[in-house]
Ligand binder design. Structure first.
Ligand code: XMP
Length: 493
């Protein structure tokens, strides 16, 4: 009986086990349509969403990715209030006036102002007294005083004669005033009270992104992660305007998780995506509970150790195809989550039945991902860590531990947790715009080779060929020393 189990063990494939065979094609990469569905009621312009991880998805990345036509899933390793705040930043980002203004006061020290500017990544702060606007201070103003032992305060160097605008101003008028006065930000006032700020960067960004993905009210599309049993968080995020609630769980075929799906569905208006799973049976169970999208991937992630620690998982292309076999019968979108390293992997995931891919590693280390750039051996890096890593489960809000069915009580000892992920760094990759350009460019090239004019056709027409270890060796650059790193083929040292 036992030997039979081994004899009958199925062969599972992942990205490096297969290639897409080229097809007869009349399609050119520049003409393909990358639109796809991420959940029952939401479409994206590109089949890419970001992982709900605390080194990947906060508002800054969410805004940048939605501008490219994809969508972020805000992570939940923060308090509910903070996640709602992040969500609101995304939803209000398309507005000309930013309402949630970071300010300072006249008596603050210049070093405090510098710290705020660095933390919030902004170059200017309105100065207020109560609600009244009394000045503005910029990075350019403070730099000359920072390292010369000066103990000046904000009031000593701020600009008191501030150019302000009213709420009714149009983008064109705002640009004119900003250019005329050679300033980058315009405080918005009601009487002498500060009610918001307009920045040139935001106005220009709005113009540059025809591919941006928006909800029916013209706000950027965004999803927010919630715990498998966290009804309070799901409801609050729904009320705060999340388009999709993504239940973020290491094993969504846990029957308590499956059962709780209907309670969540009954209490929210947003679409509900649930994951992760790796089998057709799990897909069937979740779909019967009414999910609007399914996330696939048990242990393929670049920083995951689930397959090593628990010995559990299904190679990702096999997992995607099994789930897609079931989900396509019900017209429920499938999200391939984790393990993608190159644009070619996105094409393979779609060829195996995915509608969308979820990226952690590939979007970590971008300008917009949380955290600072660190320099090691002359190269730039940013932190990237698993949500089941010790750092993520014990640091910050510890909101990831229940993803792995683990509980953190008070000042619990680290030795009482069983991590399923590791912490590390990834090379700094530049902006989301640059990264997405390469990823989507690679996908479009693949669709050209496959003769697929759109994502549905790609799912239908993609043909796989199994390869050997020599095939992988042949696929990568070989027999030369790479002297110039390519933007879509990083070499990690
Ligand atoms: P990539 O390969 O894009 O994977 O870096 C991102 C996905 O990995 C999952 N994830 C984890 N899985 N332990 C795991 O087993 C972890 O600590 C962990 N953290 C994230 C998650 O699904 C993410 O989208």
């Amino acid at each position: 009986m036992y030997s039979k189990k081994l004899q009958e063990a199925e062969l599972g494939f992942t990205y490096d086990d297969l290639l897409l065979a080229p097809n007869e094609s009349w399609i050119e990469a520049k003409d393909v349509d990358t639109r796809t569905r991420v959940s029952t009621n939401h479409e994206l312009n590109i089949p890419i969403i970001s992982a709900a991880m605390d080194t990947v998805s906060e508002s800054e990345l969410a805004i940048a990715l939605a501008h490219e036509g994809g969508m972020a899933v805000l992570h939940r390793n923060m308090t509910l209030e903070m996640e709602v705040e992040e969500l609101k930043k995304v939803k209000s980002s398309g507005e000309l006036t930013i309402r949630n203004v970071v300010t300072t006061t006249a008596d603050s020290s210049l070093s405090t102002v510098k710290d705020i500017m660095e933390e919030e990544r902004i170059n200017g702060l309105p100065v207020i007294q109560g609600k009244k606007l009394i000045g503005i201070i910029t990075k350019r103003d403070i730099v000359p005083f920072l390292n010369n032992g000066s103990n000046k305060a904000v009031k000593d160097i701020m600009t008191s004669d501030v150019v302000t605008v009213k709420e009714s101003i149009s983008p064109i008028e705002a640009l004119d005033i900003a250019y005329e006065n050679k300033i980058e930000r315009l405080p918005v006032v009601r009487g002498d009270e500060l009610v918001g700020i307009i920045t040139i960067k935001d106005i220009l960004q709005q113009k540059e992104n025809p591919n941006a993905i928006k909800d029916k009210n013209g706000k950027l599309l965004v999803a927010a992660a919630s715990g498998p049993f966290d009804l309070e968080r799901a409801v609050a995020l729904d009320e705060a305007g999340a388009d999709i609630i993504a239940v973020d769980c290491a094993h969504a075929h846990n029957m308590r998780v499956v059962e709780f799906v209907s309670t969540l569905k009954d209490n929210i208006d947003a679409d509900l995506i649930v994951g992760n799973i790796a089998t057709g049976e799990a897909a069937e169970a979740l779909i019967k509970q009414g999910v609007d999208g399914i996330k696939v991937g048990i242990g393929p992630g670049s920083m995951c150790t689930t397959r090593i620690i628990a010995g559990v998982g299904v190679p990702q292309l096999t997992a995607i195809s099994k789930v897609a076999d079931v989900a396509s019968n019900y017209d429920v979108p499938v999200i391939a989550d984790g393990g993608l390293r190159y644009s070619g992997d996105i094409a393979k995931a779609i060829g195996a039945g995915a509608d969308v891919v979820m990226l952690g590693n590939l979007l970590a280390g971008t300008y917009e991902s949380p955290g600072d750039v660190v320099v090691m051996n002359g190269r730039k890096y940013k932190q990237y860590r698993g949500m089941g890593s010790m750092g993520a489960m014990t640091g910050g809000f510890s909101g990831g531990a229940d993803r792995y069915f683990q509980e953190i009580k008070g000042h619990m000892k680290h030795s009482k947790l069983v991590p399923e992920g590791v912490e590390g760094v990834v090379p700094y990759k530049g902006t989301i715009n640059e990264v997405i350009f390469q990823l989507v460019g690679g996908l479009k090239a693949s669709m050209g080779y496959s003769g697929a004019k759109d994502i549905k056709k790609m799912q239908e027409l993609a043909n796989f060929v199994r390869i050997t270890s020599s095939g992988i060796k042949e696929s990568h650059p070989h027999d030369l020393l790479i002297t110039n790193e390519s933007p879509n083929y990083p070499t990690l040292e």
